[in-house]
Design a protein around this ligand. Structure first.
Ligand code: ZN
Ligand code: ZN
Length: 237
C-alpha cells in the first residue's frame, strides 16, 4: 500500500507499506503528523528516503534521524542537518542501488533548482518489492533524463500547466526550471512503456497553478490508466 500523508510545497511525506515492512518517502511535514500516519508506531519502518534539501521534503530530518534506523538522501540533505553518521545516514548518488528490508531501491537524478537559480541536487527513487512490484517516485523535477518501463505504480510530479503561467513575474519563472508541467509530463509518459502500470498518482501540485480535476482527466485520457491526485489520506493498494 502507498499512503499519502501530504504532497506539495507545504510539505511532502508518503508511506510505502508491504506486510509489516514500511519505508518513508520524504519527511517534509511535522513529525507528529508522520507519527499519526504511522498509527503512532515506527515498528517495521526500515528507513526514510529523501529527494532533496528543500524543507518541504525534509523538515523533520532530525526527528527521523533520531527515531528511524536509517536516512538516505543526497549529500546536500545530510550536510544541511549536519548529521553524518556511519550507521544512521547514507549518502546516495545517481544510480546507487541499495536494499531496505525486502525493498530493492535504485536512485536516479532529477532536475531541480534553488530559488537563486543554482542547481539543487535531487534524487528520484525506483523502489521494488516482490509483493507490490515497482514503484517510481519522482518529484520537483522539470524533466526526467531517463525512460522507465515495467513500473507498476507511478508517483510523479505534475505541478502546473503552462496555460496558467502567462504574464509571469521574473521570480515566478523559476517554476519552469524547477517543476514538472502537465505538458512535460504528457510528453514524458508518451515515451514510456506503460503496459504494466496499474496507477499513476500526480504529486506536488501547485496550489495556484494546478488544476487537479483537469490534470487527472488529461493523464487518464492520454494513458488509459487510473490516475489519482496525491491528497492527504489517499491510499493506493
Ligand atoms: Zn518541493
Ligand atoms: Zn524543491
Amino acid at each position: 500500500m502507498i499512503k499519502v500523508l501530504d504532497s506539495g510545497s507545504r510539505g511532502n511525506c508518503y508511506i510505502i507499506q508491504v506486510g509489516e515492512e514500511k519505508i518513508l518517502l520524504e519527511c517534509g511535514i511535522d513529525w507528529r503528523n508522520i507519527l499519526k500516519g504511522l498509527d503512532y508506531s515506527i515498528k517495521g519502518v526500515k528507513g526514510c528516503l529523501i529527494s532533496h534539501k528543500h524543507s518541504d521534503h525534509c523538515k523533520s530530518f532530525k526527528r527521523a534521524f533520531e527515531s528511524l534506523p536509517k536516512i538516505y538522501g543526497p549529500v546536500e540533505v545530510i550536510e544541511k542537518y549536519n548529521c553524518h553518521s556511519l550507521h544512521k545516514t547514507k549518502i546516495i548518488e545517481n544510480k546507487d542501488k541499495f536494499k531496505l528490508g525486502n525493498f530493492n531501491i535504485m536512485a536516479f537524478n532529477c532536475q531541480h533548482t534553488n530559488s537563486d537559480g543554482s542547481d539543487c541536487q535531487n534524487l528520484g527513487y525506483l523502489i521494488q518489492h516482490p509483493q507490490i512490484g515497482k514503484i517510481l517516485f519522482a518529484t520537483d523535477t522539470y524533466y526526467l533524463k531517463y525512460k522507465f518501463k515495467d513500473v507498476d505504480h507511478i508517483l510523479i510530479e505534475c505541478n502546473y500547466s503552462e496555460k496558467y503561467m502567462q504574464d509571469l513575474e521574473p521570480y515566478q519563472m523559476r517554476t519552469f526550471k524547477s517543476h514538472m508541467s502537465l505538458e512535460t509530463l504528457k510528453e514524458t509518459l508518451k515515451t514510456w512503456d506503460l503496459a504494466k502500470t496499474k496507477d499513476i498518482t500526480l504529486i506536488h501540485l501547485s496550489a495556484n497553478n494546478g488544476n487537479p480535476k483537469e490534470f487527472k482527466e488529461e493523464i487518464e485520457a492520454l494513458t488509459g490508466i487510473p490516475t489519482y491526485i496525491a491528497v492527504p489520506g489517499l491510499e493506493i493498494s
